[in-house]
Design a protein around this ligand. Structure first.
Ligand SMILES: Cc1cc2nc3c(=O)[nH]c(=O)nc-3n(C[C@H](O)[C@H](O)[C@H](O)COP(=O)(O)OP(=O)(O)OC[C@H]3O[C@@H](n4cnc5c(N)ncnc54)[C@H](O)[C@@H]3O)c2cc1C
Length: 351
């Protein structure tokens, strides 16, 4: 049996543990959380993540508990739509449901250790860092120069039990802030971001909600209604951290997956999706190739793609949270909207 130690039993760690061949690998997952979380907001599942969920064997169950995202608009802060995007088959799963389903897919042969590791687990075999943006494995193996980077942006998000109004779904871009409204199972999922001096750690959710209410008080009524209904118990607040670019996700017999390898800003909604893809890609390669070849192939398949998404996500954050460039951004998006409207009228008159 080949020994695999996975530090972190979050999205990436559980998906990997679920997919490694139990007859070939003796897997241990180290996770500091004693229980699965009970509060979490919604993660959009893109097609590549849905394929990964199918590989884990939980796609049908995930779909069954998650609303389809449908179409939504990018709007100005007042709520006027600039562009409407059709989400197609994208669905939004609650992090709580995703972790529960992944957990249930992990075979009994996997050893679970509930412990907050402050040093690397000893012993032979493959060491997997699935321990998120502040990865111990990355720090110990790749060095302190790869420690997480703090952005100036706060992310506050939550759910409210009121059903979502389809006409209000989308993202609202103001001057230096954004607000999102989407469907969640049995209610409305919302998220907000702006530059804030709260944190960086142990942020009081009530204080963050108060700051949000003040910040968005002049924005669209839909935002104000959502924030009026938001409660600390169903909300989360954190500063956004990212992983610096790494030359390789593999070093010796250590490998990084998920946010430990490539934590990105949340603007493209891809972090959890790519964590799932990392996990199933690595598992399938390890299941079919000798370890050294599998790790090299994993690095080739995943590093540049996830780097491109990290860069794209950071660029989108700059546009969405534009301050000085906000008037120019809004003029360009107004022009794009007028062009689309003219094209739609032209198409209508020709038909
Ligand atoms: C505001 C916000 C919104 C987001 N929205 C989306 C979205 O819509 N769609 C999307 O795809 N992604 C989204 N993401 C990104 C997504 O949350 C992450 O990419 C995803 O959680 C990464 O999964 P992971 O398993 O790699 O890391 P994590 O989820 O961070 O899991 C790491 C696990 O390791 C454990 N751990 C850490 N250190 C140790 C240790 N020393 N010892 C033991 N255990 C340890 C932790 O307890 C945790 O369970 C968002 C992120 C943020 C911040």
């Amino acid at each position: 049996m080949e020994v695999v130690s996975i530090v972190g039993g979050g999205i990436a760690g559980l998906a990997l543990a679920a997919c490694l061949e139990p007859d070939r690998f003796q897997v241990t997952v180290y996770e500091k959380r004693p229980d699965l979380p009970t509060v979490g907001t919604v993660l959009g599942m893109w097609p590549n993540a849905q394929r990964a969920l199918a590989r884990v064997g939980i796609l049908a169950q995930a779909r069954a508990v998650s609303p389809v995202i449908g179409s939504g608009s990018i709007r100005n802060g007042a709520g006027e739509p600039w562009v409407t995007v059709n989400g197609g088959e994208l669905f939004g799963i609650s992090r709580v449901d995703l972790l529960r389903l992944l957990d249930s897919a992990v075979p009994d042969t996997v050893r679970r250790v509930t412990r907050h590791l402050h040093e690397l687990p000893g012993g032979e075999g493959l060491l997997v860092g699935a321990d998120g943006v502040h990865s111990l494995v990355r720090r110990e193996v790749w060095g302190a120069a790869t420690n997480a980077r703090l952005t100036s942006c706060l992310a506050v998000r939550g759910t409210i039990p009121a059903p979502v109004n389809p006409d209000e779904v989308g993202e609202y871009w103001g001057r230096g802030d954004l607000f999102g409204i989407a469907a969640s199972a049995g209610g409305t999922n919302w998220y907000a971001s702006w530059r804030s001096d709260l944190g960086p750690t142990a942020i009081d959710v009530k204080q963050a909600l108060d700051q949000a209410r003040l910040r968005f008080s002049g924005h669209a009524p839909a935002i104000r209604q959502v924030l009026a209904a938001a409660v600390p118990g169903l909300s989360l607040a954190q500063r956004i951290w990212t992983t610096p670019p790494l030359r390789s996700y593999v070093r010796g017999s250590a490998v990084l997956v998920g946010d430990a390898a490539h934590a990105m800003t949340p603007n493209l909604g891809r972090g959890a999706c790519e964590s799932l893809v990392d996990a199933v890609t690595l598992a399938d390669l390890l299941n079919s190739l000798p370890q050294e070849k599998a790790l090299a192939a994993y690095n080739r398949q995943r590093r540049l793609r996830t780097r491109a998404l990290s860069l794209g996500s950071a660029a989108l954050m700059r546009v969405a949270l534009a301050e000085n460039a906000q008037p120019l951004r809004d003029r360009l998006l107004n022009l794009a909207r007028r062009r689309n409207e003219r094209a739609a009228v032209g198409t209508g008159s020709n038909s």
